[in-house]
Structure formats: C-alpha cells, structure tokens
Design a protein around this ligand. Structure first.
Ligand code: GLA
Length: 684
C-alpha cells in the first residue's frame, strides 16, 4: 500500500498534473534575474528531473524588481513562477530587502548602516542598510507590497521569506536616539535605570537620556544586555513592517518566514523574539570547512525546532562546499545525503540547496552549486537527485509527523549574552557546554528538545539548564512550578547568578532557587587544569569551571564531591539534589568530562524515569524519531566509517525500499534507512 501511494504521487508529477505541495520538499535557491530567460526552462527541467519541488527566488533581486524609485517590474518574476508551475515546482518569494539598489542608498544615504567604528557602509556588497531607519523601512514596505499584491493569491507561491539572514546593527546617531527612547519607555525614570544598572559604579550615573551611549564594546552589563534586547526588538519591528504588508494582500495559506544564519549560535539578537511572529522557522545549515559534526548539527536542528516548537525548514544548505571557510573542503560522497536526512530526522519538512547555479560574476563564484557555469549538472547533482527521489518516496509516511521529547535542554538569550559579555574563562563556550549534555542523551537515541527556558515544560520528564546565568524571579517561579508538579530540573554551573538587569543576584547562586534547592554556591572558580570529582554514580574530572556548593537543608543530598584541588574545593560538594513538591531539583556546579557526564545523564534519566525510545545501535548510527497519533517513522543514519547492522525493535516498513517488511537493516557508511511502524495495527 505504501509503495502504491508513493507511485501515485510520482505519477501526478510525471503527467504534469497540478499536484498538492508534497509534505517533504527538496529545493534550491534560484536566481532567474541573473540568467537569460531563454535558459530558465532548461534549469527548471533539470530541477524537476532531480525531484526538486520548490525554489526560493527574489531575495537579492531588488534592482531588477524596482529598477527606478517607484517603478516596479515584476513581469519577469511572474513568468518565472509560471514556468516553475509547469515543472511542478512551488515558489517561495524572498523580499529583496537584504540588498538595496544603488539608486536607493545614493538618494537616501541615511538608510546606510554605520559600523561600531563610525564607518558608513557602501554599495557593492549587501547588508549595507540600517534596519532601524524608518526611511529604509518605507522602501521595504513598498517593494514587499508590490510583491504581495502580485503574488499573494498565486497558487504556486507557497510562502514568503523576509530579507535574508538578519545580521549587523547600526551605530548611527538616529539609532542611538532610538535606543535612548527605547530605554525611556522601558524604565520610565532615570532613577530606575540608574538603580537597575547600578550606575554609581565608576560614576556612570545618567542625568539625561541623551547621555546614554550605544555600546560598541565592553560596558556596563545592564546597558549591554538592554542593547541586545533593543537590537532584537528593532529587527522584530523591521520584520513586522513587511509581515503587515504581506498579510494585507496574501492568502493565509502562504507562510511567512525568515532564514536564520546557522553559524549564528551566539547572535546579536534573540531568535525566539524574531521567530515569534513568523508562521514557520527556517535556518541555513552550513558545515563550512571539514565534515558534518553530527551532534552539533543535530543540536542546531533541535534548537531551530525549538524556536517555534514546531517543524521547520532548512532554507539553505551547501551542495558540497562553500566559498567562505578558511579551506573550502567538499563533503564526501554520500555526506550530503546523510546531512539532508539528518535535517528531516530532526524535524525539517524541506531542505533547499544554496544555490542552483553560481552567478557568472559576483562575490560567490567559488561556492558549491548544483549546476555548473555551463548550466549542466555538476557531480553532486546525482546525489541530490537521489535524495529528491527518496524525499518523494518518504513524503507520505512523514506527513504530519513531528518529534516529541521526554527531555529538554533550556537556554535563554539573556543568559547566553550575559556569559559571553564576561566569560571569566575565555574557554567557557556555552555551545560546547550544552553539547556536553546533548551528546550522551543522543547516544541513548533519546529525542531532545532545545527550548527557551520560558517555554511550557510540563510535557518533559527531565529538563537540563546547562548555563542559565540570568534567572529572574518570574523565571524562577516558572521553573519551580515545573519541579513542584513532578518535573526533574538539573541546573548546570553559572545558573542563577544574575537577575533580569544582568545585575548580581543578592542571594548566591542559584538566586531565587536557593530555598527549594536547600543549598547554594559558596564560590565559583575558573579552572586552568582539571579537578578530580567523584560520587554516587562515578568519578572523573571537572574542567573550565567549578563551583563550591553547600547544603542548608537536611534532605539535600550530595551526589558528587571534588577531590584534591586548589584547597578551596577539596572535599566540597560539586553536585547536590533535593526533592521539592512532586519533583526534584538538582544543581551541578562543574563542567564534567565526557565520561562522567555520561554517567550523570544516565543517573538523571533513570531518576526521572525517562523511557528508552529505541534499542542500542552500533556506534556512529543516529536514530531520529518522528511520530503522529497513528504511526512512527524512524530515520536511521550511519555517520560511522564501518557497515552497521541494526536490529529493529519490531517489524517495520522500509519506506525507501517499496515498503518491504524488515526486522533489521544493514547500513553502509553514510547510508540511511527510513522505517515506518504499523499504522493503527496494520501496514500503510
Ligand atoms: C548565506 C546567505 C546566502 C549565501 C550563502 C553562501 O547563507 O544567505 O545568500 O551567501 O550564505 O554560503
């Protein structure tokens, strides 16, 4: 039955009938404005042959869309969309606001971005605009309105991308005034601001709002944190102008997203704030130099899924290689396929390659592409066609599925920024610390959500907060409610040091959670050498960071203690735990080595009764699980270098092999299996 459904879907495409948008899409960024129109059909035919069902167009085409101020030409785009339709290819239109045309910035230089050293950006690259400029927003709204009026009801246009990879803030005088006004709205009085930022320190006291600087380097931690929030709000407002105008004209079925840059783990704006008003989260997943770091990339997908706590798109990924890494190596044969399926396994419903074909000139001539400068397929085309065919076969099984996790990792931008402003140990890398928790969980094949600490937590049995530095009273109440209702919260080092103003909490760490924990941090130590640690579940070392803990309640237990170290830490608690309400609150004060971390995670999952989701698999095999109410789909990927035999917990349909019933699979290196459990007691 499964095979029959797949064939029907394929037949609809083959006969050129108008097919519904598949539940799983492969696609590419396509720039018709860069090529003679006579070439378009050949490109789209090659795409169709490779099972590409979506193109993203337009996001850098402003000078073609609006060649002169107020004179729009979108006929070419309409022709491109119609031609795509003939090839059963859906379209996502990018608003072109990441690359303003020369006439705009020449006539309106106030729309240009000024960098931290005071230098004004120039035309000739992209991202030269000031996102805070009301004048620039008017032009953005103008072009977005034209696009939405023209394509807002187009059946082949399925969505919108606003701008492209939001990046740098501006340091011009007008933006500084906006920041001061933003602060005035927030604090109402300078007395409140001076108190919360503790400005008596170094005579920072402000007597007038216009004295407050735009921080371009180090500064008062309260000022720095508020500036990041201002930047987030300003990007969100910039985006909202375009959302409003698109929504005015576009069908509700057309989604609105923006593509978030993948390398930007520690960005200057809050991804949760930016994605809140969007219909769909999407991100750009690049490896750059070297090869796929399986756990890191998986965590980035889970992070992206957590922005809206729903499935997402990979709006851009590399067809083999990039042009911006120190050494632009190419992914091994098969690695692109493994990477595409990893995205799907973690909740992507579409994977788009950047880009279809390189422009003949321009800054990215060396970037990986699917078609060469001659327009003919490059070697990677074969692998991408294979993935496309597999996506077609798996679309029905994956339709409506998503990931459900028993375990979550928490983060907030406030905490990330607060630590990054003052790392105290320059090697304290919050992403690496987070991966220290993530890897052992994934090694047990557990699904992991990475979500904002303020997200609803009641569905999780176990929650880790690796570096939750900023814990306000409200956040503490939210976390405590989770624990009291039966959850298990494990706070990691540096938790609860700061309040929402990035000021030190007057209680020691973890601040407002000291009382329920029945213990606290007496002192923290940045480490330059490993410290021995041992306790109930094993022994190992701590590095980078170690906190001397103490207990204040009789029922708080010590799980780990430090061995001989700097004298201060010797014999002192490193990890403590206590029951609170129906749940448990635990504090781990050190960054543990991977072996001890594995044991700590095993202890926590067993305490929290986290159930296994799949039996053990050979090293290198990644198991991802997507479910609906009716069935489960497992995506198995062999990232290892040896062939792997995986015994399945029950007979399943092998989706990529005509739905054959299998009880085990053999996976070559980089190989993938997509397996579907029975549907309501019967096969599909
Ligand atoms: C980013 C941009 C694209 C392109 C790629 C190249 O992701 O969004 O326009 O420049 O990088 O890797």
């Amino acid at each position: 039955m499964l095979a029959a459904l797949c064939c029907l879907q394929g037949a609809a495409f083959a006969q050129g009938k108008k097919a519904a948008t598949p539940a799983l899409l492969m696609g590419a960024a396509w720039y018709p404005e860069q090529w003679p129109e006579s070439r378009w059909n050949a490109d789209l035919q090659l795409m169709e042959d490779a099972h590409l069902h979506v193109v993203r167009v337009g996001e850098f085409a402003w000078s073609t869309m609006e060649p002169e101020e107020g004179h729009y030409d979108l006929d070419w785009l309409e022709r491109a969309v119609r031609l795509a339709e003939k090839h059963n290819i859906k379209v996502v239109i990018g608003t072109p606001t990441d690359a303003p045309p020369a006439w705009l910035t020449v006539a309106h230089p106030e729309t240009l971005r000024v960098d931290a050293s005071g230098r004004t950006a120039e035309h000739g690259s992209r991202r030269q605009f000031n996102y805070a400029s009301p004048e620039y927003r008017k032009f953005c709204s103008g072009v977005a309105a034209q696009l939405a009026r023209r394509f807002g009801h187009d059946p082949d246009v399925i969505g919108w991308q606003i701008g492209n990879e939001y990046t740098d803030e501006s340091f011009d005088a007008a933006t500084r005034r906006q920041f001061q006004e933003w602060l005035q709205r927030k604090y109402k009085t300078l007395d409140a601001l001076n108190r919360d930022w503790a400005t008596a320190y170094w005579s920072q006291t402000y007597d007038r709002w216009d004295e407050i600087p735009l921080p371009s380097g180090a500064g008062n931690p309260g000022l720095l944190l508020d500036h990041r929030r201002f930047v987030s709000d300003t990007w969100r407002d910039f985006q909202q102008v375009q959302i409003d105008v698109i929504r005015k004209y576009a069908d509700p079925r057309q989604f609105i997203t923006t593509n978030i840059g993948g390398l930007g783990w520690s960005d200057n704006w809050d991804h949760y704030e930016i994605t809140r008003p969007l219909d769909l989260a999407s991100w750009d997943d690049y490896v750059g130099e070297g090869h796929l770091d399986v756990a890191r990339n998986a965590a980035m997908h889970d992070f992206a899924r957590g922005w809206k706590r729903k499935n997402f798109w990979v709006m851009e990924t590399q067809p083999g290689s990039v042009n911006w890494a120190p050494v632009n190596t190419t992914l091994d044969r098969g690695e692109t396929r493994a990477m595409a399926w990893q995205a799907v396994g973690h909740g992507a419903d579409a994977v788009l390659y950047w880009q279809w074909r390189d422009a003949l000139n321009g800054q990215e001539q060396y970037h990986g592409a699917i078609a060469g400068p001659d327009g003919a397929p490059l070697p990677i085309y074969t692998e991408i066609s294979r993935i496309g065919g597999e996506f077609d076969r798996a679309a029905t099984a994956l339709k409506g599925t998503t990931l459900t996790a028993q375990v979550a990792l928490l983060l907030t931008y406030d905490s990330r920024w607060a630590i990054d402003f003052q790392p105290h140990n320059r090697n304290y890398d919050q992403l690496k610390v987070l991966l220290g928790y993530y890897r052992p969980l994934r090694d047990e094949q557990l699904t992991v959500d990475i979500v904002s600490a303020g997200a609803p937590l009641d569905s999780y049995k176990l929650v880790f907060a690796p570096s939750l530095n900023v814990i306000s009273k409200d956040l503490a109440a939210h976390l405590l409610a989770y624990v009291q209702q039966g959850g298990h919260l494990v706070l990691g080092p540096r938790s609860g040091m700061k309040d929402e103003h990035n000021a030190l909490n007057t209680q020691r760490q973890p601040g407002p959670l000291v009382a329920p924990l029945g213990g606290r941090v007496e002192q923290y130590y940045a480490l330059d050498r490993a410290v021995p640690v041992s306790g109930t579940f094993g022994s190992g070392t701590a590095s980078l960071w170690a906190e001397q803990l103490s207990t204040s309640a009789p029922d708080t237990s010590v799980l780990l203690r430090y061995g001989k170290s700097n004298g201060w830490l010797d014999g002192q608690p490193a990890m403590i735990t206590r029951r609170a309400g129906k749940g448990v609150i635990t504090y781990l004060g050190a960054v543990l080595d991977p072996g001890l971390m594995r044991k700590m995670v095993a202890w926590a999952t067993s305490e929290a009764h986290v159930q296994a989701e799949f039996p053990q698999v050979p090293a290198g095999v990644e198991v991802c699980r997507r479910t609906t109410a009716s069935h489960t789909v497992f995506v198995l990927i062999n990232h290892g270098s040896a062939e792997a035999h995986v015994a399945l917990p029950s007979a399943m349909s092998d989706v990529l092999h005509d739905g054959a019933r299998v009880t085990s699979v053999d996976l070559n290196p980089q190989d993938v299996a997509v397996l579907q459990t029975e549907v309501n007691g019967g096969d599909r």
